[in-house]
Design a protein around this ligand. Structure first.
Ligand code: HPA
Ligand code: ZN
Length: 335
């Protein structure tokens, strides 16, 4: 690993906690919870990861979640990710979670959020790592289910910074959730939505998140580059785009390094993120290293992408300045 990248202070803005479930932890939780896995070893489970697009990934991702049953399981999941991220000098993270993937199989919302929250608190006290939580709705479930989930979450609003939208985008446009996101906005939550790469009607969907939903950030958003008018709005509003290079290499067979370069050239605030690192076998630093080694990005471009993460993160101006100063000091020390 490039030592400069390893030691650089970083932020992660697009990581699904359920996507950080490593095979070893799957096996440990399955044994604890008396669940039979259809594989003999963690290595065999890993070898069965066979995805080439978003739906084939999601099928494996949802199937694996059944081992997550009680509060301590959600704690263990979150704590393992936070320790790993901190070891890569990720100092700040905004974490996605998918409550409907758990409540739909009988796990209570409170169980999920209590376990995650306890790990966040421990990361703050033991690792000095700051995190915030983003509740994602599953877009292939109904708008009614999303609304019910939002209402169930409102008593925990103080534990959330925002809401997002993930899962299978095909035939599930942003507008389907307009009322849910409008209520979330009224409740003071930030808004983001996935605009996954190369989806059917992607430019229509990106237009909806900008003009109708009026998101505060876009997850992925690569295809905006196909429309100069969309790029202009994203740049003018200073909207962050949470790009996930190694995830893209799996789901659309392209690391999207040239897209990241183009976004930077257009003044769009692109960032680099890991998405589902246990599945794509790449945490933050492996994503940055891939952009350097395989994508041909320069160190200056990498630094700009990391800087953008702090610029578009949902933190106070005081914390932003603190992190940007750390980053500047790291860059200057290496010059
Ligand atoms: N896109 C949509 N749904 C997801 C993703 C993603 O990148 N990761 C986990 N769920
Ligand atoms: Zn994602």
């Amino acid at each position: 690993m490039n030592a400069f990248i390893q030691a650089m202070p970083k932020a992660e803005l697009h990581v699904h906690l359920e996507g950080t479930l490593e095979p070893d932890l799957s096996f440990a939780l399955a044994a604890k919870n008396g669940i039979d896995l259809p594989y003999e070893t963690p290595e065999a489970l890993l070898a069965a990861y066979d995805f080439h697009d978003l739906p084939s990934f999601l099928a494996i991702y949802y199937r694996a979640m059944h081992v997550l049953q009680d509060e301590s399981d959600f704690f263990d999941l979150t704590w393992a990710y936070l320790k790993k991220a901190r070891s890569q000098n990720v100092l700040y993270a905004e974490l996605f979670f998918d409550p409907q993937a758990h409540t739909s199989r009988g796990v209570a919302f409170k169980t999920v959020i209590d376990g995650i929250r306890r790990a966040q608190e421990q990361a703050q006290s033991e690792l000095g790592m700051e995190t915030q939580l983003i509740l994602c709705f599953l877009r292939d479930m109904s708008a009614e289910s999303a609304m019910a989930t939002l209402k169930e979450a409102l008593p925990y609003k103080h534990l959330l910074i925002g809401v997002g939208l993930d899962s299978d985008e095909k035939n599930n446009p942003p507008l389907k959730f307009a009322a849910v996101f409008a209520l979330a906005r009224t409740e003071g939550l930030k808004l983001t939505m996935h605009c996954d790469v190369n989806q059917l009607n992607t430019l229509v969907h990106i237009g909806q998140v900008l003009h109708d939903i009026k998101v505060d950030r876009i997850d992925h958003g690569i295809n905006s580059l196909e429309d100069p008018a969309l790029c202009k709005i994203i740049a003018e509003r200073g909207l962050g785009l949470t790009v996930c290079p190694v995830s893209n290499r799996f789901c659309v067979q392209d690391l999207t390094a040239s897209h990241l370069r183009k976004m930077l050239q257009l003044g769009m605030r692109a960032t680099v993120n890991s998405d589902d690192p246990a599945y794509f076998r790449a945490y933050m630093n492996e994503n940055l290293q891939a952009l350097l080694d395989d994508g041909g990005l320069t160190i200056d471009e990498i630094v700009q992408l990391v800087r953008n993460s702090f610029l578009v993160s949902w933190i106070s101006e005081e914390r932003r300045e603190y992190y940007l100063n750390l980053l500047d000091a790291h860059v200057q020390a290496a010059a």
